[in-house]
Design a protein around this ligand. Sequence first.
Ligand code: PRP
Ligand code: URA
Length: 207
Amino acid sequence: MKNVFPSPHPLVSTKLSLLRDVRTEPKKFRELVRELSALLAYEATLDLATQDIELQTPLAMTQGKRLLERIGLIPVLRAGLGMVEGVWELMPSAEVWHIGLYRDERTLKPVSYYNRLPIEPTVSVCLILDPMLATGGSAVATVDILKEWGVSKIKYIGIIAAPEGIERLHNAHPDVPIHIAGIDERLNEHGYILPGLGDAGDRMFGT
Ligand code: PRP
Ligand code: URA
């Protein structure tokens, strides 16, 4: 499918396998999420605009580059929190704007509980960080919020996606590239991704 980018990198697929493993404890789980997020963000930001600059090395003047974009990291609470640190290390001047959503267990619809975005957008590109793309409801709601805020350049960075979630996000927002570590088989009757990794928030925070 166009605009869907499962990572081809062996470091990503091997770390993803460790992440899925039921024996992986929260400390290791958080470490893997942080590392995977950095690797995926590296792939997702290949097309960021840069500007030519002149700079002085200890020996000579030379040409260099600086990022033109003002980047916003958008972690979706809770599980998206675990993705921030790894990505932020790569782009320390990024702003972080949290969006709070949880899935209603019965309807599987996203319920919004936190959004402190200012009226005017302060960034030119948003990287949504949420490890799990299941039904796609949370991802679509997050993109809706960001577009309404006034940002048009949005990328989704996740770890595992179900085909159902990819289809829903892609149909609602075909302009949003989806970068993930792996695409799984399907959702179960409770809306969990199979084979998946279970509840990402619970495994990350030990709840
Ligand atoms: C998880 C996950 C996504 C959402 C995905 O969050 O982090 O935000 O589910 O599901 P969807 O694609 O069907 O919307 P959850 O609602 O479990 O909240 P939590 O991170 O606070 O545990
Ligand atoms: N949220 C999770 O944490 N895991 C799933 O499999 C689906 C939604």
